[in-house]
Design a protein around this ligand. Sequence first.
Ligand code: ADP
Length: 489
Amino acid sequence: MSVSISLVLVVIFGASSYTMFRIQSDQAMEATRLQAQILTRALKNTIRIGMESGHANSLISIFHTVGSLPGVEKMRVFNEDGVILYSAKLSEIGKLTDELDYDTYRKPGPDRSTPFASSSTGHRSFCMVEPIENQPSCRRCHPAAREVLGVLDVCLSMEETEKKIESNRLILLSFTGLAILLTSLLNSILLKRFVSTPVARLVGTMMSVEAGKLDVKVDVQSGDELGRLGSSFNEMIRKLAEAQAEIERFHHRQLARADRLASLGEMAAGIAHEIKNPLAGIYGAAQVLAREFPEGDVKREIVEEMMSLIKRLDNTIRDMLNFSRYTEPRFAKGNINDVIEKVLFLIQQIREGKRAKIVRDFDPAMPEIEMDAEQIKQVFLNLALNALQADPDGCTLTIRTYSDVPPEIEDLKHHSRFVMVTVSDDGPGIPADKLGKIFQPFFTTKETGTGLGLSMTRKILDMHDGWITAGNLLDKGATFSVFLPKEKL
Ligand code: ADP
């Protein structure tokens, strides 16, 4: 781009300089022509007056004086045959004039002037020939038959003018060169500053994004097209990062679900083993017992009935273990504030609940959302009971509801599509190394705990397309945040 612009500049500046040079040269030529014209006319009149007044001899000294003026190269009068009659150089008198001057005289048309370059002088000269016609006043001395009495030939040197043009040309060339250089330089600097560097930054960021780094940003602050491109690109990266976070969350949920299903499967296998073996033993024993009684005996019939019941029990256990523990939610519109209010009423009936201080901070703008109120009640009951158990001697349980997820919660695409509820306590909090485990089935730190409360909570929220996060408060206690979509996704 820089090279092309420089080339265009060279052509434009070059053409304009050349044109200016040509104009200057033509103007100089015109000025010389004017000078020659004035001088020739003035001399012609002087000759005529000198001749008429009978002072022909004084013409020689006039020729000599005017002819030695600076810039006058030639000044002579020749006759129709080209023989020089008067000249500023006395030595020329009687000789034949130059062929060029003679030809110029012979040239048809009124303009008898010729600019030419003389090889002997090394510069151009401007010559003008002016015929001296035979006027009636001349016929006193000259025969009337002669039309032209002589030809005045004046040549002016263009040496000085050429020198000036040459020096002007040099100045013009230097300024043109300098202008091209400076414009090209400025152009390169501006291109680098406003185009190359921001584009290079953009490309660098694009490459980082391509390599999977989504925490990068283009640093283009200008308000021009590149600036707008940069901010659109940043917006694109932000959306990409959001989409990736969402995919990761989804993936994480899927993994967690798979994890839990696997654990449940293991648990089912364990229970099946524990129950099925004794049942098989009981069945075998019943078979032996049945053989003790003769066919048709009432006792034998009772034992056989027992055996069929054991068989049924065995099937039921197998089916039950194969069946998922959680039922599908039955969705209906409801207000989560009301559900929590019911939970708070329930926990206030137990001993720890009576001792606790309960802080409600409910968003009055909470919309009705699609949920299974019974299952959601179970969720908050689990969380509230855990909070009370964290400090059984008088916990402060704080429940806050938000009709929109607050903007400071990051990594979420549509904050207004979800409601949020936080359940916090002022207990000992969750140790950092346990935070990753508390949602796993059977993880418990309590003596009488089952470790199924939080895993079930997560399962229910999963089925509602919601999620839960756990953390510790800065000062004291744990906090759980529950997110639920307002409409079913
Ligand atoms: P359980 O209550 O039967 O132990 P949960 O799944 O409900 O099962 O909880 C798992 C574990 O998470 C608890 O044993 C406890 O260690 C931890 N936990 C849950 N809630 C809190 C809380 N509010 N404060 C501190 N730890 C908690």
